[in-house]
Ligand binder design. Structure first.
Ligand SMILES: Nc1ncnc2c1ncn2[C@@H]1O[C@H](COP(=O)(O)OP(=O)(O)OP(=O)(O)O)[C@@H](O)[C@H]1O
Ligand SMILES: [Mg+2]
Length: 365
């Protein structure tokens, strides 16, 4: 069943474009990509739902860009197959795959104005000249660049170039949008603003979107689901909250956010269930409370474990305060939101750390 475009850009001008489904389903079936002896992508199987926003997260060299380029058709799998809406695209060259792409460096045509950059994908699809202009104007308006149509890309700021790249990827209404580190070149504030913008565009246009990033915050903010890659393989796939709250491996626990791995025998860990073999206990820094040793205990029916430690250092980071606390030979990280009336501890202070037993997780070693 095709779902037809319901964006603010009416497609009545062009019958060919009107037939485009708004989004498509993507499937990787045991895909491997070898470069000589190196497997850049290793036996990856994955289904991306129609209209889903999926982020590929992972350290440098883990195969993120290769996975995206396999889908875009710029590289061919050594093994396995990729299906789009149920059909193999093995024999479909990249220029015939119906996808909008934002490359890491934006790859705007430097010799064309903003307006011409946006017109290009429409021209490639054979849209009539008379129909292109109105569509370009509407898209310029959508990304707040109405007054920039006649500028060259070199005359734009990073954020403005990024908007043009997004607009160019969306303008032809391709059912799939691929983003490779789309916000990598922007400063923190602009990145946050553009995250909001990408989210809004995704909601409005409903494209199946695959975004590659190594920025965990960006992945958590934008995605319906995240896949974490490691050495060409998928380590874990989950919704952002599940991935952060229930990482299955030590690698994911450490890669996504900060993790206290309770490995030593400095104190006996109290848990709700028996610890499975070959696992490490883990607790997130914000799940630990820091109080004075003599502070009254909470009446919570014995659901908490508490340990005594000594503050090693305290780092103030605006809305957050981070402590490193020595407990025996281990250092635990504690993160708390700054609030008025809160007791502030200094290095050398004795403290009591408390956490709910139900907040302890076990991750594969
Ligand atoms: N054209 C190529 N020839 C040989 N090896 C390659 C090629 N492209 C990628 N590789 C290798 O494949 C692996 C995965 O590379 P890829 O570019 O997919 O990583 P990435 O996760 O996107 O990393 P980054 O975050 O640094 O962009 C790396 O070991 C890389 O060296
Ligand atoms: Mg890359």
């Amino acid at each position: 069943m095709n779902v037809y475009v319901k964006s603010t850009i009416p497609l009545a001008e062009d019958a060919a474009l009107e037939k485009n489904p708004v989004s498509a389903e993507i499937e990787f079936c045991n895909v491997t990509k070898m470069y000589g002896a190196v497997a850049a992508v290793k036996d990856v199987s994955l289904k991306v739902r129609r209209g889903e926003f999926l982020t590929i997260l992972g350290p440098s060299g883990s195969g993120k860009t290769t996975a995206l380029m396999l889908l875009a058709g710029f590289v061919a799998p050594s093994k396995g197959d990729i299906l789009i809406s149920g059909k193999s695209v093995a024999a479909v060259p990249s220029y015939h795959r119906d996808q909008g792409i934002v490359f890491q460096n934006y790859a705007l045509f430097p010799h064309l104005t903003v307006r011409r950059n946006l017109e290009f994908p429409l021209e490639m699809r054979g849209m009539k000249t008379a129909n292109r202009a109105a569509r370009v104007e509407r898209m310029l308006e959508r990304v707040h660049l109405n007054d920039f149509g006649e500028r060259m890309p070199s005359q734009l700021s990073g954020g403005q170039q990024q908007r043009v790249a997004l607009a160019r990827a969306l303008i032809a209404d391709a059912p799939i949008l691929l983003l490779d580190e789309p916000l990598g070149a922007l400063d923190r504030n602009l990145r946050e603003q553009m995250q909001g913008e990408i989210k809004a565009l995704h909601k409005e246009f409903g494209k199946t979107t695959i975004c590659v990033t190594h920025d965990q915050e960006e992945a958590l903010t934008l995605s319906d689901r995240i896949i974490v890659m490691r050495g060409g393989r998928i380590e874990q796939t989950d919704a952002p909250e599940a991935l952060y709250d229930r990482p299955t491996t030590r690698f994911v626990a450490n890669f996504l956010g900060e993790a206290n791995l309770l490995e030593g025998s400095d104190f006996k860990l109290e848990c709700e269930a028996a610890q499975p073999s070959a696992t490490v206990a883990m607790i997130r820094p914000e799940r630990i409370c820091i109080v004075a040793p003599a502070a009254p205990k909470r009446a919570d029916g014995g659901q908490r474990q508490s340990v005594i430690g000594t503050v090693d250092d305290m780092i103030y980071a605006g809305p957050l305060r981070k402590y490193h606390v020595r407990v025996g030979s281990s250092i635990l990280t504690v993160r708390e939101h700054v609030a008025s009336g809160q007791q502030i501890f200094k290095p050398g202070d004795q403290v009591r750390l408390e956490w709910l037993r139900s907040d302890v997780r076990f991750v594969a070693d």
